[in-house]
Design a protein around this ligand. Structure first.
Ligand code: ATP
Length: 233
């Protein structure tokens, strides 16, 4: 469904990805693991063109995304949830959801009430300013906002960053529900908890290129690949 093929990307004159290839199948969760600065964020940004692709191709449902202007990429069904939680200041939880809604509410796969069913704490906080939520609640709001775009795939950048283990557990359960609902997820992570729970495939990135790709079971059995991650963080 999402294919990155030999992607090179750069921040201005500084290259950051070097021929990176990666595939996410429909309805599957692909985990992107790597230490700080390995290129996880840049990989997600290359899909939504927040970084310049200098060579290679990104295809979504067979279509070359280079043909779409960046603002149309979300409309094509790709929702990016950045690491820095971009809650819209001055808006309540519910307003954050409403302003993000793209398809008319009547046709939405994720009406606001369905998002509240997925994240019940948000329903209770719907009138509260979005910036006055706990870290876990903010992460839920960011994912709920992404759902307002009716995506086929979510690009999640380190969603567990700074969250307590119990909150990560709840988030994992909610993401498993999204996966069961048919959403594909490209999950950049450092925490193994979510990966062990959700991932179908694991990709280890280092210095801007994929150094290992395999199923979760293969990854667990592969000493070299797992040892690579001992250096993470
Ligand atoms: P982290 O876990 O710290 O977010 P990461 O794996 O997501 O790490 P990236 O943020 O993708 O890594 O960074 C990959 C490389 O690109 C690093 O060498 C980083 O210094 C560089 N880089 C990232 N953002 C920029 C930028 N805005 N301008 C220039 N170089 C950047």
């Amino acid at each position: 469904m999402l294919e990155l093929e030999a992607v090179h990307a750069a921040y201005g004159a500084t290259p950051a990805l070097f021929g990176l290839s990666l595939t996410v199948a429909p309805g599957q969760v692909a985990a992107l693991l790597g230490r700080n600065g390995a290129g996880k964020t840049t990989t997600l940004k290359s899909v939504v063109r927040l970084v310049t692709i200098t060579a290679g191709r990104v295809r979504f449902r067979g279509e070359d995304l280079a043909r779409l202007p960046p603002h149309r990429i979300a409309h094509a069904g790709i929702a990016y949830v950045p690491e820095e939680r971009r809650i819209i200041a001055g808006l309540t939880v519910e307003e954050n959801l409403r302003v993000t809604r793209r398809p008319p509410a009547a046709r939405a796969a994720w009406p606001i009430d369905r998002a509240y069913d997925l994240f019940p704490p948000l329903a209770a906080l719907r009138g509260r300013p979005g910036t006055r939520l706990s870290g876990g609640e903010q992460q839920m709001l960011c994912i709920a906002r992404a759902l307002m775009l009716d995506p086929a795939i979510l690009l999640l950048d380190e969603p567990t960053e700074g969250l307590a283990p119990a909150v990560i557990e709840v988030l994992g359960e909610r993401l498993a529900t999204l996966k069961a609902a048919g959403l594909a997820i490209l999950l950049a992570e450092q925490s193994s908890v979510l990966v062990a729970r959700l991932a179908d495939t694991v990709h280890v990135i280092d210095r801007g290129a994929i150094r290992y790709s395999g199923t979760l079971a293969d990854f667990r059995a592969d000493r070299q690949a797992t040892e690579h991650l001992l250096f993470v963080g």
